[in-house]
Design a protein around this ligand. Structure first.
Ligand code: FES
Ligand SMILES: [Fe+2]
Length: 359
């Protein structure tokens, strides 16, 4: 019999770029998705129940009743805003405290504390429900803001995608320029001659920014009143531990900024919530469907290549990556995630770099 272990290339050693960073804000769902009925969402492999209490405040608890471990998301929210388990009716408040055991007459405060459910801090911000990934702790800081999401001058498009990949692979893909000429050939790069441009990588608070200089505008050349070509600016950004952002700006006229909070559902499943804000002359509500279709087409290609990547990693039992200077984001993101997982400062190292590349 062939031992599959024997087939594994020696350098693979079962390594996957999976870091567990629970002390952070993750998107659980869109604000409008959370109504009266409890819903469930898994973050970092942990099933949570989300619901709104009497004051419409969003709450998140571990999706497991402490009594007989039935899913709390099968229960109901009562008029007082308590979540009642669907099996024996134990009721919980938004802090996870058990406030009622139906039929039980004795009261014992200490015992009641033992019946509580782990509770997760929640924020409702920029149209999303964000959950702090560690239960029963005070969050450090607030979720990353999503710029221009409420600006009336912008067409704001929301999409949602599920990647069969690690969080790290999904983030790298969102912020990687070289793949666009191949995976998205003809859709926004890979047409015409390559041009030489400069990329500058720098540290931003709790993140990484790469700025591209001299790139040909994605939507064709734009000229100022004197007929000079207006340069396009392009930044890719990463914010710890799971937000990607891509921004293009051409003069004051055109501005396109896409922010993607990612939610690691499990080691190899990652959800991306895409918020794309477009300010382009002549583009209004009537262009929404076109923008949505364009984004869906691009992202379907990324979903596919990430699925293929994960399948290949599984086939070989791990990663054996060889990076070059063109991989400006992936290794730097991995370093930050790993530092954070180890309880070290993710911002500690100097990542400044300037390279020439052709796109
Ligand atoms: S399992 Fe939830 S109340 Fe019994
Ligand atoms: Fe892509």
């Amino acid at each position: 019999m062939v031992d599959p272990e024997q087939l594994r290339p020696p350098e693979t050693r079962g390594h996957y770029s999976v870091a567990n960073v629970p002390a952070a804000w993750y998107v659980a769902c869109r604000s409008h998705e959370l109504g009266e009925a409890p819903m469930t969402q898994t973050i970092l492999g942990v099933p949570l129940v989300l619901y709104r209490d009497a004051g419409e405040r969003a709450a998140a608890l571990l999706d497991r009743c402490p009594h007989r471990n039935v899913r709390l998301s099968l229960g109901q929210v009562d008029p007082e805003g308590h979540l009642a388990c669907g099996y024996h009716g134990w009721r919980f408040d938004g802090k996870g405290r058990c406030v009622d055991v139906p039929g039980m007459l004795s009261t014992d405060e200490a015992a009641a504390r033992g019946r509580s459910v782990p509770a997760y801090a929640v924020r409702e911000q920029d149209g999303f429900i964000w959950v702090w990934g560690q239960p029963d702790t005070d969050p450090r800081g607030e979720p990353v803001r999503i710029p221009f999401v409420e600006d009336p001058d912008y067409l704001v498009v929301h999409r949602e995608y599920l990647f069969e990949s690690t969080l790290h692979a999904a983030l790298e893909n969102a912020l990687d320029v070289p793949h666009t000429a191949f995976v998205h050939k003809g859709d926004f790069r890979g047409q015409g001659e390559r041009q030489s441009i400069e990329a500058v990588r720098r540290r931003i608070p709790d993140g990484i920014e790469v700025e591209y200089e001299g790139e040909k505008p994605l939507m064709g050349d734009h000229h100022d009143e004197e007929g000079r070509v207006i340069v396009q600016k392009h930044w890719d950004r990463f914010f710890m531990p799971s937000v990607a952002q891509v921004e293009y700006k051409t003069g004051d006229q055109r501005h396109l900024i896409t922010t993607l909070p990612h939610t690691p559902i499990s080691d190899f499943q990652t959800r991306a919530w895409l918020v794309s804000c477009w300010k382009v002359p002549g583009l209004d509500e009537s262009g929404r469907e076109g923008v949505e279709a364009y984004l869906d087409q691009i992202l379907a290609q990324d979903v596919e290549v990430l699925r293929e990547q994960t399948e290949s990693l599984r086939r070989f039992g791990g990663e054996a990556y060889r990076s070059t200077e063109l991989d400006l984001m992936g290794p730097a993101i991995w370093h930050m995630l790993k530092q954070s997982e180890r309880g070290l400062d993710p911002n500690a190292s100097d990542i400044s770099r300037r390279i020439q590349l052709s796109v």
